[in-house]
Design a protein. Sequence first.
Length: 332
Amino acid sequence: MVRYSVLDQSPVPRGGTAREALQNTVKLAQLAEQLGYHRFWISEHHLETLAHSSPEVLLPHIAAHTSTIRVGSGGVMLPHYSAYKVAENFRLLEALHPGRIDLGVGRAPGGIPLATAALQENKGAGGGDSYPQQIEDLVHYLSGSSDETHRFRGLKAMPEIDTVPQLWLLGSSGGSAGLASGQGISYAFAQFISGQHGGSVVKSYQRRFKPSILQKEPQALAAFFLVCAETDEKAEWQAKSMDVQMLKMARGETGEGILPPEEAAEYQFAPYEIQLVRENRKRMLVGSPETVRSQLLQLSEEYGTEEFMLASMNYYFADKKKGYELLAKAFS
């Protein structure tokens, strides 16, 4: 049985506002809960066209306006922050909403180099890659480990509670999968970022998984962009907005939000852009509910996983809601 979840990035469409985008994110979380989606994750970005700059601030608001769906970050960009502070933020969230909190972390910058420089302004220039150490520290702090060899031995992440937020490592490569399996934590493969088919990566993670203090069995999901409409033709019409947006972002044009499909329909692809669109479509599931359901069932076999995280970037919020409704009905 395939289990499906929602990733939302609070996209700000052209002509829209960040406040409206954030309000729509809360509405979408409530709808996802009503429709039976398993998780609702939000991302961290430092861009004008995506309103999620601080998942740890928005998450408690979403959790307070829902009651059963798991909510989490997809994800916190860990290199910008202290692992100890991230652990405390999410332990506090777990204390407020026990059994419902996911902590997804990644290493991508989530924005332009200038934003990264500002976020890491006061971090020492120690050199090397500290990300694996940060993941190890998170496991230590979240689990309440009493490891006497840890450099901050005796330090506990507060508050002290009897449940633990579920830790996920987000990535799109074998390196991140190896880190997740070695630390014994859950792994989310972000195909919507790279377009690389991750079946072999996820299966490698599952084979190499080493049980940890946080979990005994591997747990993996794969994430895709989603455009679902009543017919394949209508879905293709809606998806062209994303096709054009991805081309613009590849050219460094990040200041304008996604175009309405009526305007995107008029865009004429240059010959070289057609191949780029084909490559970008590897990041997306596009079609009617029956088409997308068939794609997910096939991907479930190829990935060896039963959970998928789906991110919709439709220009019209009504189209986004409709897509999730149609897919839920197809799997009901």
